[in-house]
Design a protein around this ligand. Structure first.
Ligand code: ADP
Ligand code: MG
Length: 321
């Protein structure tokens, strides 16, 4: 059974100032499911709606349409009070660790707080667990870290602390939203490994958001490709990587120097700039940039159809009718 299911999710934001307000549809009719104990990798260019989608799955945002199911329970319209108990079962690991903590709290305070709030632990008891967890994430000796403020830690150290804070709860589901893209390349791999170790240890489900499709090829079980608020391709990770169908997925892979030498398909370069999510192209949203676009692509939106077991694609090249 899936741990997390989205059914036809639509999420909109109002942008612009008074008198010139307009809506951006950041997620448009997206359905997906994340199985227990597996990693769902979400990839796409900046602005494609990945972060918004991730936040909807955690009910940090309430979608304007569609359903969010957690463990079979419809949590779409639960009031904040009923969502709060779920916060100890699902959490966000954001891109910027400095934005994820209160700058005036010490690391010890920041990490013990959720234990006190969610589990009612005494402060001293909570601090004991915090020290153990800090050691587990490699912030040793823990005594050196608990009294420091966030800005006295490096980005990599603070991201470890943020992961430690999440792991102190008995999480079943984590959204890791580009958790390493603000960090030095040299420490990215160790942060990803830390997340994977915890995932295995606690049998967690993970939604891993990134624009790095190569990383997903290494860690994800399933990959979903987002383009301008829509899922355009989905499937088992190795199949999507070895045999990408959508021109957009092919373009993402074509852009990677090492991979593109071994592509089993014609290299694709997209024309022009990424479209505007507030004003998406008609028909297939990729059509102004796609080398295969026909007249039909400009007029009619292709459906997201199943083209194999667990494989879906939203492109007229694979759809009759
Ligand atoms: P990604 O994570 O793939 O870069 P986002 O989900 O952050 O994409 O953004 C998708 C679209 O929604 C963008 O056009 C972005 O500007 C818009 N958006 C995201 N969050 C907000 C917000 N809080 N208010 C207004 N617009 C937003
Ligand atoms: Mg994002």
């Amino acid at each position: 059974m899936p741990l997390l299911e989205l059914d036809k999710i639509v999420m909109e934001f109002e942008i612009g100032s008074f008198g010139r307000k307009k809506k951006v549809r950041a997620v448009d009719n997206v359905s997906l499911s994340i199985d227990k104990g597996l990693i769902y990798g979400l990839v796409g260019e900046s602005g494609s709606g990945k972060s918004t989608l991730g936040r909807v799955t955690l009910r940090l945002y309430k979608p304007v349409a569609g359903k969010v199911l957690f463990n079979g329970q419809d949590i779409t319209r639960l009031p904040e009070g009923k969502i709060r108990p779920l916060r100890r079962r699902m959490q966000l690991i954001p891109q910027d660790p400095y934005g994820a903590v209160n700058p005036v709290q010490t690391i010890g305070e920041a990490l013990s707080e959720p234990l006190i709030v969610h589990y009612g632990l005494e402060a001293s008891e909570a601090m004991g667990q915090v020290k153990t967890m800090l050691e587990n994430v490699g912030l040793t000796p823990a005594e050196d870290f608990i009294n420091r403020k966030p800005f006295n830690l490096s980005g990599g150290q603070l991201q470890r602390a943020v992961i430690a804070r999440a792991m102190l709860l008995k999480l079943e589901y984590i959204v890791a939203d580009e958790p390493t893209s603000n960090l030095d390349a040299s420490i990215r791999a160790s942060i990803v490994k830390l997340l994977l170790d915890f995932k295995r240890k606690y049998d967690q489900s993970l939604q891993f958001i990134t624009h790095d499709i190569v990383l997903l090829s290494l860690i994800a079980d399933k990959i979903g490709v987002m383009h301008l608020a829509q899922l355009v391709e989905e499937g088992p990770s190795d199949e999507v990587i070895k045999n990408p169908l959508h021109p957009y997925t092919r373009a993402l892979l074509s852009a990677i120097p090492l991979v593109s030498q071994e592509l089993g398909f014609e290299k694709i370069l997209l024309k022009g700039e990424i479209g505007d999510p507030a004003n998406p192209p008609t028909g297939c949203r990729l059509h102004p940039r796609c080398p295969y676009a026909s007249e039909k692509c400009a007029k009619e939106e292709p459906p997201f159809v199943e083209v194999g077991i667990g494989r879906k694609v939203k492109c007229w090249l694979y759809t009759k009718g």
